[in-house]
Every structure is written in C-alpha cells, then in structure tokens.
Design a protein around this ligand. Sequence first.
Ligand SMILES: [Zn+2]
Length: 135
Amino acid sequence: MSEDVWPPLNTLSTGLRCRCPRCGKGPLLKGFLTLRESCPECGLDYGFAEPADGPAFFAMSAMGIIGMIGFMVFEFTVQPPVWVHMVFTFPLIAAACVGLLRPLKGWMVAEQFVHKAAPPEWKSVGKHGDGSPWR
Ligand SMILES: [Zn+2]
C-alpha cells in the first residue's frame, strides 16, 4: 500500500476522539477548540475544515432537549427548591453543552473531510457581481 493511500476511517470514531480524519492518529485540535494547521502525523492540511457554529448549534440543541427533559423529571419528581436548580441543574446543563463542543467539532470536521465539503461556488450571470467572494 502506498503512503498516499489512506483507508477510509469511521467519522464517528475519529471525530469524537478529535483525531485526524485521514490517518486517525494525529490530533485535530490544539487547546480546547482551536483547529491545528495540519496533522502532525500524516501532514493533512486542515484548511478545508470550517465547522463554524455547527458544534455549538448541535450541542445547544441536544442539551436543550435532554437537559429540559432531565430538568422537568427532576422538578416534577423531587420538587427541589429553586436554588437547587440555580446551583446544580443549570450549571450542569451548561457544562454538558461545553463538554460536547470538542467531540462535535471533531465529528463535523471528519464529516467535512469524508464528504469533501466546500463552500458553495457559483458563476455570475454578469449582472449581480462577480460570484462568491469566498475564495
Ligand atoms: Zn493525519
């Protein structure tokens, strides 16, 4: 097998572990949420990756549903005083949102790599500008 040929990897496995979507070994992020320039193991340029606000959207949506279900079950079964929610429930939901950001970002970048996602490009018909200014 040539070094240029990489077997396809499971996007969930590499993404949720925040690993390179091509080799599955190199780290994808530096710090908490900053994308690296490239993979230190295989040299894949991460310039294609642009998850934007996707991880935050999915984390908030998931925790909005799961967190509210948990909140309502807790409220209607235990009926704690309000301060318990302020000290325990709401910080727990916020921490779960933050905790989901890294794996969701890794997963979205892995999906972008596998599906060769790129910003939309279109040709101008000549009357409304010169096309997409993205690249
Ligand atoms: Zn790699």
